[in-house]
Design a protein around this ligand. Structure first.
Ligand code: SF4
Length: 392
């Protein structure tokens, strides 16, 4: 019998979790933890530490992907809107999310805000919360607001769990998530250093596994993948190094990520599944936990179109830093069709890149986009043009 290299086994396991739209891994976790609850959340970021500290499993619901047929979900939304709310409704109405005891809807855009209201009406027996985030980055203003939001969530989750969530529980969970964030940072640094060893189609599946696996298991899996994939003989190609921007909410199909890579691009940074990478460094785990989580959000978090930039000067600076720190040669703007936040921000980001002489190209997708030839051609032409310019 031929045995697979361990790195490939890990990727296959992650792909099986990714393909499972019935979230059997969640049902299995609940069976192994009688009485424990599972709480779903949507992109982009929620403080997972609060769910973990309540003894619950956080479950990232990133839409229905390209294999889910949306039938009922289309009746709830107009056609000129992105697909993730419709596929999420479809997942709910078809019973695929029955193992979840609640859902958190972070403040991303009006679509998600509306979806949280629909969820309250459609699933009256489930816990539902719309999580607002600060639009002001002063600790005494936006910080105070955000701490109150988290405190309300903490109390509600405590009631659901049947016990109070103590500061010590939260600090222990912050430590666990600090470790996970460190492992994912290691993965991203490894991919940027050796993108031929850790293709983004694999890195992405590892991120998605983190949406359903217990965090401790995910951290170990990420570290094992890095160690194992480094042993595989994989060819190094003369590909263009690119950053993908705009995919922070509705996720692109896996085939689209593969197409970009096959077209001659190494993706060296991206904004997929940001939740585990939203806080950029270690959160102190020996102080007031909500105050520390708030400070990390206000002062040391990632940036997307769904997060308010207080000044025009700050717009695009996070992306610029990604490009420079990862040694990228260009940016691919890949955003969901009808995604107001990403598509409204795009011209401002393009302007910043153009001023810095960084090549960029742009297209739109839906999570069920099936026709990859145009995207492959566009990404391939972009990669070729980068190689021509950099050789000049
Ligand atoms: S894809 Fe864009 S418009 Fe649609 S829910 Fe997400 S952030 Fe909102």
């Amino acid at each position: 019998m031929v045995t697979q290299p361990r790195a490939i086994e890990i990727v296959q396991r992650c792909e099986a979790l990714f393909d499972d739209l019935h979230f059997n891994a969640v049902a299995q976790w609940k069976a192994a933890h009688p009485g424990a609850k599972a709480i779903g959340f949507m992109p982009v970021y929620v403080p997972l530490e609060l769910i973990h500290a309540a003894g619950m499993l956080p479950v990232g619901i990133m839409g229905g992907g390209d294999s889910l047929e949306v039938i009922q979900g289309d009746a709830y939304y107009q056609s000129y809107i992105c697909r993730i709310p419709r596929s999420t409704i479809e997942l709910g109405l078809t019973g695929r999310l029955d193992s979840l005891d609640g859902m958190l809807f972070p403040s991303i855009c009006d679509v998600i805000r509306n979806l949280s209201g629909m969820w309250q009406m459609l699933f009256k027996d489930k816990y539902v919360r719309y999580m607002d985030v600060p639009q002001n980055y002063q600790d005494e203003v936006g910080g105070r607001f955000y701490i109150e939001e988290m405190q309300a969530l903490r109390e509600e989750l405590g009631r659901l769990a049947g016990r109070e969530i103590a500061d010590a529980d939260l600090n222990a969970s912050i430590r666990v998530y600090n470790d996970n964030r460190a492992a994912v940072r290691e993965l991203y640094a490894y991919r940027a250093a050796k993108p031929w060893q850790a293709p983004t189609s694999e890195v992405y599946l590892l991120l998605r596994a983190g949406m359903v696996l217990p965090v401790e298991e995910h951290t170990a899996l990420v570290r094992e993948y890095i160690a194992e994939v480094d042993r595989l003989p994989r060819p190094k190609r003369d590909n263009a190094r690119v950053v993908i921007n705009g995919s922070f909410c509705e996720q692109p199909p896996l085939a689209l990520i593969k197409s970009i890579e096959m077209a001659g691009c190494y993706v060296v940074d991206d904004d997929f599944c940001l939740v585990g990478r939203w806080l950029l460094d270690e959160v102190p785990a020996d102080g007031d936990p909500l105050a520390e989580l708030s400070k990390a959000f206000l002062h040391r978090s990632a940036s997307t179109a769904a997060k308010y930039d207080p000044t025009r000067e700050e717009k695009g600076m996070f992306l610029l830093k990604q490009v420079k720190s990862r040694g990228a040669e260009g940016v691919i703007f890949a955003a969901p069709s009808f995604c107001d936040p990403a598509l409204l921000e795009r011209p401002m980001l393009q302007d910043v890149l153009s001023r810095h002489g960084i090549p960029h190209t742009a297209f739109k997708y839906a999570e069920n986009t099936g026709q990859m030839a145009p995207i492959r051609e566009q990404a391939g032409t972009f990669a070729d043009s980068i190689k021509l310019w950099s050789a000049a």
